[in-house]
Design a protein around this ligand. Structure first.
Ligand code: GDP
Length: 296
């Protein structure tokens, strides 16, 4: 693992073996390589800066012991810090509230919201033995509502009947009422995304939040998102207040820098990751796996 970075740092630092401790100049040279690796992995610039500052602090003056190569030592500091920043603990979805527990999914169009809603419903139904109701609040794309209904039928999970002409906050209220009357444990609210961050989407998300008072607000974000990940996560967190992040398309060939960016700017845990198109392709978040990818 980390062959690339290890090799480069080894080239820069390993001549120092047995020389006492790492100097600022040695560490600066190493930081340039680390910075390059993070930018290549699509970590946002401001996050790269704060990250390298932290690593630098630990690396300068670190004692070079005979048995460990200095390059390897810095790679370990980088890896440990990445895992710490990504969140070393696994973060479960919190269902500790009065039933039906509302969970709201937000994110851009195409990020995987509807698929993730179905994945989560499937997991909660089969693994956690909860009774789940799914509701689509996407009044702009009838196909999106139908997509959730089809997924619900395939999985034998109930979806809120579609009523034309209702506004999203009203659908949210209707979903909660149906959840109460039907004795559901969880109500998953799949909101409408837009292709870019826009004011209407944020206003609507805030209105839905006020109507349903969700226990969890999960940002569904494509792991292939580049520098935009920071703006996306920050905007949703400021306007709606996130409780967690779901990273989709981990099965793709992206380097996963978006995970670090979003976690760093919001401080909110990455709770789950989507690993494929099928509804069983949902896993708990593994920081070490993403750290490995980021370091390449
Ligand atoms: P939405 O517009 O945010 O609701 O996005 P959708 O749920 O409709 O997903 C858009 C596309 O991404 C669909 O073709 C999904 O099958 C696909 N998709 C969603 N999550 C994943 C994932 O984790 N991995 C892969 N490979 N595809 C995914």
């Amino acid at each position: 693992m980390f062959d690339n970075l290890s090799e480069k740092l080894g080239g820069i630092l390993d001549r120092l073996t047995g020389r006492g401790s790492l100097s600022e100049a040695d560490v600066d040279a190493a930081m340039r390589e680390i910075r390059r690796a993070l930018l290549e992995a699509d970590v946002a610039l401001e996050v790269v800066r704060s990250f390298t500052d932290k690593v630098r602090e630990q690396a300068v003056g670190a004692t070079v012991v005979k048995s460990v190569k200095p390059g390897q030592m810095v790679v370990k500091i980088v890896n440990d810090e990445l895992i710490a920043m990504l969140g070393s603990d696994s973060q479960a979805i919190d269902l500790n509230a009065v039933a039906p527990v509302p969970i709201m999914m937000v994110g851009l169009q195409g990020s995987g919201k509807t698929t993730t809603t179905a994945k989560l419903a499937r997991r909660m139904t089969s693994r956690d033995k909860r009774k789940v109701l799914m509701a689509s609040l996407d009044v702009y794309r009838p196909a999106a509502m139908e997509q959730l209904a089809v997924l619900g039928r395939d999985l034998s999970i109930d979806t809120l009947p579609i009523v034309a002409g209702q506004k999203p906050p009203d659908i949210a209220r209707r979903a909660m009422e149906a959840g109460r009357l039907g004795g559901y444990d969880v109500v998953l609210l799949d909101t409408a995304g837009r292709t870019t961050l826009d004011e209407d989407m944020m206003t609507e998300a805030a209105e839905i939040k006020a109507a349903a008072n969700p226990h969890e607000v999960l940002l569904v974000a494509d792991s292939l998102t580049g520098q935009d990940a920071v703006n996306l996560a920050r905007a949703f967190d400021e306007r709606v207040g996130l409780t967690g992040i779901v990273l989709t398309r981990i099965d793709g060939d992206g380097r996963g820098g978006a995970a670090l960016s979003m976690r760093a700017v919001t401080g909110k845990p990455i709770k789950l990751m989507g690993t494929g198109e099928k509804t069983d392709a949902l896993e708990d978040f593994h920081p070490s796996r993403i750290a490995g990818r980021i370091l390449g």
